[in-house]
Design a protein around this ligand. Structure first.
Ligand SMILES: [Zn+2]
Length: 155
């Protein structure tokens, strides 16, 4: 979790309890750097997602990893943090529907699909990293997808 005050990434949970609706966890956190206290709401089951990588290895889904990729793609695009948070929540909802194990490519494909609706430039940047673009023709194909209403075959 990123501290809203100083941006530090180390914190400790000082309180954690289920919210009234039973589907989210309310966590009170304290930043290890500046001691600011802040509250997060996390979906129960979020950490249960397992990502299967291209080489077959499995690892726990880590929201911050996906977010870091999105942040890099959105650099300088003046998108609100809340916009990207909402995008991630949408992606996680869709992944959860698919069950406990998802392929890493699906995570990227879903994030890209959402990003296309928000910012075309960021979407092409994101695609260039997660799809491993090799040349200009890859960018052309991706830009074509932005203007083409055909559904993305990757999903
Ligand atoms: Zn802090």
């Amino acid at each position: 979790m990123r501290c809203p005050s100083c941006g530090g990434l180390e914190d400790r949970v000082v309180d954690s309890r289920a919210a009234e609706d039973g589907s989210t966890i309310r966590r009170r956190r304290q930043c290890e750097h500046c001691a600011t206290r802040f509250t997060t709401f996390e979906r129960i089951g979020e950490v249960a997602l397992v990502v299967v990588k291209r080489d077959g290895r499995r690892e726990a889904y880590v929201r911050d990893k996906v977010r870091a990729g999105l942040d890099a793609a959105c650099k300088g695009r003046s998108l609100e943090d809340a916009t990207l948070d909402a995008l991630l929540a949408t992606v996680e909802d869709r992944l959860a529907v698919r069950g406990g194990e998802v392929e890493s490519a699906q995570v990227g494909a879903l994030a890209l699909e959402e990003l296309r609706h928000i910012d075309g430039v960021a979407a092409v940047r994101f695609a260039s990293v997660y799809k491993g673009f090799q040349g200009p023709e890859d960018f052309e194909r991706e830009i074509q997808l932005l203007t083409d209403p055909l559904p993305d075959q990757a999903t």
